[in-house]
Ligand binder design. Structure first.
Ligand SMILES: CCCC(=O)SCCNC(=O)CCNC(=O)[C@H](O)C(C)(C)COP(=O)(O)OP(=O)(O)OC[C@H]1O[C@@H](n2cnc3c(N)ncnc32)[C@H](O)[C@@H]1OP(=O)(O)O
Length: 234
């Protein structure tokens, strides 16, 4: 595991649009809230693993203001179960209102960042309606992760595949260990990125490089990282 100390310098508070967050939280329940609740109920039918959020409060010393999200499903290489999707949303919601937040590190337990969506859940949610609801739910979560008023880093230790690759694009920075690899493997399954990763990647690398990487399911290891997606730390 890479040390957190060297990251702490990066975390300077970003201007916060807390007003819009408050407006959203004060508004009355809408039809889309009801849809979200139904989606979560359905996703919770696919248990396994966990997403753990640890907050270092201001009095915690040198890591204060730093949050750590651990994707934890090592038996399945940190594949995202439905329950983990809901837990990730809860973690993002907590970070949206965390007053002392400065920075966030997203990482996976064991030797994998994240192997994407749990393929058992993907198979079970394969009707157009179910797949759309799962994709929209995760698009919303990843967009909100990216918009957090704190700086975020994806620590890519091991593979980040499919939805895992998409998750790395929802952070402000990507830092890769020598074993790291990011690959949008979706095309092998006849899919396009469903969690918003193509949009986020295009923002980072531009549309042409993004198309090349996604259409080619290109493996991006530390050596090929010079394209501007992130940095490698040995
Ligand atoms: C919009 C979202 C789109 C998506 O994310 S679709 C998912 C895309 N991801 C993939 O296709 C990754 C599939 N997995 C792999 O390629 C490999 O398992 C991987 C991550 C390179 C690891 O390889 P190894 O270290 O050799 O481990 P392994 O293959 O023996 O796997 C260990 C156990 O983990 C399981 N696993 C890995 N990735 C999974 C996944 N995404 N969903 C569900 N189960 C998954 C795998 O089946 C195996 O289970 P078991 O031990 O045989 O019971």
């Amino acid at each position: 595991m890479l040390s957190f100390g060297s990251f702490s310098l990066w975390f300077v508070r970003r201007p916060v649009d807390r007003f819009s967050l408050c407006v959203r939280r004060l508004s009355l329940p809408t039809k889309s809230d009801a849809n979200e609740a139904a989606t979560e109920e359905q996703l919770l039918g696919f248990p396994g693993g966990s997403v753990e959020l640890k907050l270092h409060e201001e009095s915690d010393g040198e890591n204060s203001g730093l949050a750590l999200i651990t994707m934890n499903n090592p038996r399945r290489r940190n594949a995202f179960s439905g329950a983990m999707m809901v837990e990730m949303r809860r973690a993002v919601e907590k970070l949206e209102v965390w007053k002392h937040g400065k920075g966030l590190i997203l990482h996976g337990s064991g030797n994998t960042f994240c192997s994407g969506s749990d393929l058992n859940a993907v198979r079970a949610l394969s009707t157009t309606k179910d797949a759309t609801m799962m994709s929209l739910y995760m698009q919303n979560t990843l967009a909100r992760l990216l918009r957090l008023p704190i700086l975020s880093v994806a620590l890519v230790h091991g593979k980040a595949l499919g939805g895992g690759a998409e998750l790395t694009t929802a952070c402000d920075f990507r830092l890769m260990s020598p074993s790291g690899e990011i690959c949008f493997v979706h095309k092998h399954m006849g899919l396009v990125p469903g969690w918003g990763g193509a949009t986020h990647l295009s923002r980072i690398l531009g549309p042409c490089t993004t198309l090349r990487i996604i259409a080619g399911a290109t493996r991006l290891g530390p050596i090929g990282f010079g394209i501007g997606l992130g940095r490698c730390n040995s």
